[in-house]
Design a protein around this ligand. Structure first.
Ligand SMILES: NC(=O)c1ccc[n+]([C@@H]2O[C@H](COP(=O)([O-])OP(=O)(O)OC[C@H]3O[C@@H](n4cnc5c(N)ncnc54)[C@H](OP(=O)(O)O)[C@@H]3O)[C@@H](O)[C@H]2O)c1
Length: 329
């Protein structure tokens, strides 16, 4: 009995040590942006900047002098983050605006406010995200909540702000996707909302992240020659709140366990966003997928299909009921 207990304990310690060693090596391989560029006189909007990677990117860009708009659903939490950023960077130009990307009404109200208040947008970071729910859950717009939060809301927001982004050119759109985009092998643009009943949490997260890249590719195509560049990225596995906020086994339990041991810090996780926002060398690159502060070919063939990107775009227009007056391309 005693020998069995000791063997089990030795096994658990070995597994933990191997995971921790992988995590150490993984973190060591993180590339930091080498750009020292100032962001003075630049306006940056970051969705989902009340926590995690978005919060860290907001801090870095504020330190570089940008006017940073924290676009967040939880105003109290975002106000605390704004206070923290102001007091630690000395930059007072950090604003909080309400945005719930899962609600089309909220996205439209946010966009209207930005268009009324701001003269320019130099960088739009579409970063807010959730890991999804174990059961298909609908928003008030009747959309599956992972797709609504991670893809449809950002699709609508970018479209609404496109006119100002073009007027502010050269400007940049940055879309936080994930390597999880490659977990799905097919994507049916008619089934983005899981109306056929075949719903699985991991599929929904993966599909939303695939849509992020397809959207970025198609938007980059549409905007060629305008001076607005669009790129997607994977921040890597990062120890953030995202895993604590969702249920389900793989994302809610497995990743919640692994992320603190194996994952990057939020500072490391934010590097590729910051790089895409500030880099002068990569300023003209558009329609690419970035990892570790450089273009990556670690991307599935599915999301490189321009025909599929166009179909997902057209389906998304219908899902968010995009009006002709909301189209700026
Ligand atoms: N962490 C990773 O390992 C990892 C890996 C690959 C990709 N990503 C991507 O990175 C992005 C940021 O995630 P994170 O890891 O930093 O997670 P996080 O710490 O949970 O931060 C997510 C942010 O998104 C916000 N958010 C969630 N739902 C929203 C909504 N409906 N409207 C507005 N804001 C909303 C959250 O607001 P609250 O504070 O109010 O919850 C929070 O500010 C996500 O797009 C995620 O898919 C993360």
């Amino acid at each position: 009995m005693w020998v069995t207990v000791m063997s089990v304990m030795a096994f658990v310690v070995s597994v933990f040590t191997v995971i921790a060693a992988f995590g150490f090596i993984y973190r060591q391989r993180t590339k930091f942006t080498t750009s020292m560029a100032s962001m003075k006189n630049k306006t940056v909007i970051i969705t989902g900047s009340s926590a995690g990677i978005g919060k860290e990117a907001a801090w870095d860009l504020a330190l570089r002098g940008a006017r940073v708009i924290l676009a967040c659903r939880n105003l109290k939490k975002a106000a605390d983050v704004a206070d923290f950023i102001k007091s630690t960077t000395g930059n007072k130009e950090v604003l909080v605006r309400h945005l719930d990307t899962s609600s089309q009404a909220s996205v439209r109200m946010f966009a209207d406010k930005i268009l009324a208040e701001e003269h320019r947008i130099d960088v739009l970071v579409l970063n807010a995200g959730i890991g999804g729910m174990s059961k298909r859950t609908l928003t008030t717009d009747g959309l599956e909540i992972t797709m609504a939060t991670n893809h449809f809301g950002h699709f609508l927001l970018a479209n609404r702000l496109l006119g100002l982004l073009k007027e502010s050119s050269p400007s940049r759109v940055i879309v936080t996707s994930s390597m999880a985009h490659s977990y799905i092998k097919t994507l049916d643009p008619r089934e983005l909302n899981y109306e056929n009943g075949k719903y699985w949490q991991m599929h929904a997260y993966s599909q939303s992240k695939a849509c992020n890249i397809l959207f970025a590719h198609h938007l980059a195509d549409i905007l060629k020659g305008t001076g607005v560049v669009v790129n997607a990225l994977c921040p890597g596995l990062v120890a953030t709140e995202i895993f604590k906020k969702c249920d389900g086994f793989i994302i809610g339990k497995l990743y919640r366990f692994l992320a603190p041991i194996m994952g990057k810090t939020t500072q490391q996780g934010a590097q590729t966003i910051v790089h895409l926002a500030v880099s002068k060398e990569d300023a003209a690159i558009t329609g690419k997928f970035f990892e570790n502060c450089k273009v990556s070919d670690n991307i599935s063939t599915l999301v490189c299909d321009a025909g599929l990107a166009k179909k997902v775009w057209e389906a998304s227009e219908a899902y968010v009921d995009l009006k002709p007056e909301e189209t700026f391309y």
